[in-house]
Design a protein. Structure first.
Length: 178
């Protein structure tokens, strides 16, 4: 029994929900998102809430029930408040800058890294060392932050690299002279 899947998901004010077969479309002030439910699930709108129901009691249906209920809830949060991920760049000569909508990173390679934002995402740069990624799709925001971090993850000796804001990097001791 999924406790998360059985909970009704309240529809916030200013959000329109369209249930067309297996497709759930959510639109609000920050954008429009959609998801396709697997055949073992269905969605119903009752009053001011959406309910995700299982069509069978198979293990796969039970596993997906809570997941898709949370994905729909995340869509409601995304189209009303949006999601933000913050990255910090640490290192001498490492910096980020915005050229139009394109993000350009100098991370110690022989060439700059240029990233075009996918549709629905916005990059912001605070100073030279902080990157803010925002959008209405939680998965897309998190994936883009992870992709940027993967270019130069923080190394354990000097702590240089791209890290999430507030991330603690475990430092190692360097070589000890004998």
């Amino acid at each position: 029994m999924s406790r998360v899947g059985n909970m009704p998901i309240a529809v916030p004010a200013g959000v329109q929900v369209n249930l067309a077969g297996a497709r759930v479309e959510v639109s609000g002030p920050k954008g429009k998102l959609e998801i396709v439910l697997p055949p073992v699930l269905s969605a119903e709108q009752e009053g001011g809430s959406v309910l995700v129901r299982r069509r069978s009691e198979y293990k796969q249906a039970r596993a997906l029930h809570g997941l898709f209920a949370r994905l729909i809830r995340n869509m409601f949060i995304g189209v009303t408040a949006g999601y933000t991920e913050r990255l910090e760049i640490v290192g001498v000569g490492y910096r980020a800058q915005l050229e139009g909508k394109k993000l350009t990173l100098q991370l110690g390679f022989s060439h700059p890294i240029e990233i075009d934002p996918p549709e629905g995402l916005v990059f912001q740069v605070e100073g030279n060392q902080k990157i803010v990624i925002s959008g209405c799709d939680k998965g897309l925001v998190g994936e883009m932050a992870a992709r940027i971090r993967r270019f130069r993850p923080p190394e354990p000796y000097k702590g240089k690299g791209v890290r999430y804001e507030g991330e603690r990097v475990r430092r190692k001791a360097g070589k000890a002279l004998a």
